[in-house]
Design a protein around this ligand. Structure first.
Ligand code: MSP
Length: 506
């Protein structure tokens, strides 16, 4: 069985989870579920990023020791994963012993290969981004200095180990050219390439002014730079440094899902660290956009942070999952608004999909004694609908694999609209009086349509689609993509339908 490895960023435990965290993980979850549905063996990893100055400071502000603090906040991210229905196979915390082992082994490998040297760092550092910035990147406002991300910076001067990043610039540029799909979308790829073409500096990879981190082997006055520590999680979870374990076969990762703010770390530092240690780079880094809330930047100080748990309470899990991937192209920024959410739920889920299911299943219940009519050849007036259905799983798969989730959902919806047009035109309720044979054929084709929709929508709305497949009489083993080739037997008993989506008052 072919393997697939998908990752989310590991989340800083300085704060509670918000919509941005839910969003990155949701896209990863849908991708992982799709790969399973199409018969792959999947490893889906998420977790928490628990070291560094930012987390240490958050712990201090909370009046707690860092380990106790991270234990508590990390749990909120596990809870989020459970509430959002994420199907991750592992949850890594960077304070785990397996991770310390991996980081120290990677460090030692880099030392062995002469990729690390001891020096002195002097320059700007933004704790909020956990990032170093060059003097030309700094802006001054009201006597204060800021990084291009808006994060305040401070001047840091300390002994530091450096990674020979500068020498990897030409290798990176060749790598991007040879692997045009490595960074997506294209705008991010261009941005990263321009940055690397501008020349890379060696990277400071240890800190001495605080202690909350993984000690540098042989020199415990230094802790590792939190991004070296954090990025390494992706190989820790695959078993590194023991590359003889079974899990290692998942490496390299197929897609690292990240937000646009952290593409540089994943697309520049990470492949360089790996190549320098003689390890394969990941296959793809996809950087999604950022959400605003009703037109405003989301920030704690504005008090407009969107809590995914509350959204789920209010609208239900699957409608929220659907909306987040439907509303905005995955690589773009997007605006969260309740009106848009309600519009999609009512128009697309309740009216288009829900109604089609309800009408079809009620007619089968009433007119066919609640059992499935026989499979039938396509009459000319059925050909268009059935042709669209036959190609739908392939089209959706291709779009999901390019992270074009909104187009995948649009393709499904277009077929659902076509099926609604078909039911209106064929009017099986009228055929009941004139042509029972044809009525049964029409209902059978509509059942087929619903089965295809429910099957391909499972990754997006797992709970609701499981209920829909129950109502369609599809057994638990018959829910993969490959099973669509097997028609359900005539006479399969269907339970009385219940509505799958409810409309929301605006
Ligand atoms: N700890 C690092 C990642 C290390 S990965 C080796 C980190 N953590 S984070 O918790 O700050 O952010 C995690 C993700 O949330 C990022 O992908 C980021 O882009 C995303 N988002 C944060 N705010 C967001 C929005 N308003 N909208 C969409 N996603 C946003 O960075």
């Amino acid at each position: 069985m072919a393997t697939k490895y998908f990752t989310t960023p590991i989340y800083y435990v300085n704060d509670r989870p918000h919509i941005g965290h839910a969003y990155t993980s949701l896209a990863t979850d849908v991708t992982a579920r799709w790969a399973r549905l199409s018969g792959h063996e999947v490893f889906f990893l998420t977790g928490t990023d628990e070291h560094g100055q930012k987390v240490e400071k958050a712990a201090q502000d909370a009046g707690m020791d860092p380990q106790g603090f991270t234990d508590r906040v990390s749990q909120h991210f596990r809870d989020l994963a459970a509430t959002m229905g994420f199907s991750n196979d592992d949850f890594i915390r960077t304070t785990e012993p397996r991770h310390k082992l991996a980081c120290q082994a990677l460090w030692e490998e880099l030392v062995r290969r002469d990729e690390i040297y001891l020096g002195h760092y002097e320059g700007w550092y933004a704790v909020r981004d956990e990032a170093f910035y060059g003097p030309d990147e700094i802006e001054e406002r009201d006597g204060k200095r800021f990084a291009p991300t808006g994060a305040p910076v401070e001047w840091v001067r300390e002994p530091s180990y450096f990674f020979r990043l500068s020498k990897w610039g030409p290798w990176l540029l060749d790598f991007y050219r040879d692997n045009p799909d490595f960074i997506a979308p294209a705008s991010r790829r261009n941005e990263v390439m321009r940055f690397v073409e501008g020349g890379l500096q060696d990277l400071s990879i240890s800190r001495t002014s605080f202690t909350w981190g993984i000690p540098v082997p042989g020199d415990p006055a230094h802790v590792m730079y939190v991004w070296l520590d954090a990025l390494t999680n992706y190989i820790t979870a695959a078993g590194y440094p023991d590359v003889s374990v079974e899990r290692w076969r998942f490496w390299p990762a197929d897609v690292h899902f990240v937000g646009k703010d952290i593409v540089r770390f994943h697309a520049i530092y990470w492949p360089a660290f790996l190549a320098a240690a003689g390890l394969a780079p990941p296959r793809r880094v996809f950087a999604h956009g950022w959400w605003t809330n009703e037109g405003q930047k989301i920030s704690k100080s504005l008090g407009n942070v969107i809590d995914p748990l509350r959204l789920v309470e209010e609208y239900g899990l699957d409608p929220v999952r659907y909306f987040l991937l439907r509303e905005v192209p995955f690589g773009n920024d997007g605006d969260f608004s309740r009106a848009a959410l309600i519009g999609r739920l009512n128009g697309e889920l309740a009216d288009t999909l829900g109604n089609l299911a309800n009408r079809t299943l009620s007619l089968i219940q009433r007119n066919c004694g609640g059992t499935l009519p026989a499979a039938a050849e396509a009459a000319p007036e059925d050909a268009e609908l059935l042709g669209g259905l036959a190609s739908l799983p392939g089209r959706v798969g291709a779009l999901v694999e390019r992270q074009e989730f909104h187009l995948a959902l649009e393709a499904i919806l277009a077929e659902a609209r076509a099926a609604n047009g078909y039911i209106t035109l064929q009017a099986p309720w009228a055929l009941k009086k004139t042509d029972l044979v044809r009525m049964a054929v029409v209902l059978r084709h509509l059942h087929t349509a619903l089965r295809v929709f429910a099957t391909v929508l499972q990754p997006f709305m797992p709970g609701t689609m499981a209920a829909m497949l129950d109502q369609l009489g599809v057994s638990a083993e018959g829910r993969g993509l490959a099973a669509l080739a097997q028609p359900l037997p005539e006479g399969t008993a269907l339970p009385p339908p219940t509505p799958l989506f409810r409309k929301v008052e605006s």
